[in-house]
Design a protein around this ligand. Sequence first.
Ligand code: BTN
Length: 251
Amino acid sequence: QSILKTTLIGSDVHYYSELESTNNTAREIAPQVSEGTVIIAETQKSGRGRLGKEWQSVSGGLWLSLILKPSIPLENLSRVTLVAGIAVTNALRSMGVDAHIKWPNDVLVKGKKICGILTEVSAEIGKVDYVILGIGINVNVKLSELTDDVRRNSTSVSNEMGKPLDRTSFLASLLYELEQQYIRFKTRQFAEIVDEWINLSDTIGRNVRVKTPAMLIEGKAIGITEKGALVVLDQNDKKHEIIAGNCRYSD
Ligand code: BTN
């Protein structure tokens, strides 16, 4: 009997002991597989983070990519990332870990990163064909196995709980949360999702510095738009809607 309580997410799970990147494998097979297929690797040789950064993927973590095929316009892609952040945060909280989301998609515990999400897409003429939702969670990662610069800003579930977590049951609960959130995403107003995201996040109300390819914006984070953009109010009371960028808290 399966331990999964889902029908769509995880309907097919491909498990590998090692891959370059689960996002790459997911992208290759996406056209041939059904929505909800999950690719998991025990370790990744070239795990990727946002903004071209490396993602250290030692054993003990949960490195997975989920293939979704939502019929949404490309401009709504950021919504999917917010949905994934909610699911991961709920799954961690259900294990007793005090997780918060930092816009757009980092999950932090006491200010340290425990999970990163990398959303990639294949789209033609503004319409999404499939979405690759790459999720990396430091479940039983030994912080001593990370390089100094990454370790300084990272934590893991086992580090927070003082003991390793059963990864299989955590995966089952993560896939369950992803399915609940994805169903809601498809059937409900996005405003409902924004409300929950804001509840689980510690970004709104904070002073932030957000770096985008075009500029650096400093101000107070005051909300999330319909498209999943962060709204920042700068010192001159000018509102900026930032769809993608690197966010730091400045207080
Ligand atoms: C980030 O915070 O910069 C995003 C990190 C995303 C890491 C995950 S691990 C599974 C998937 N495969 C990858 O190569 N990256 C994502």
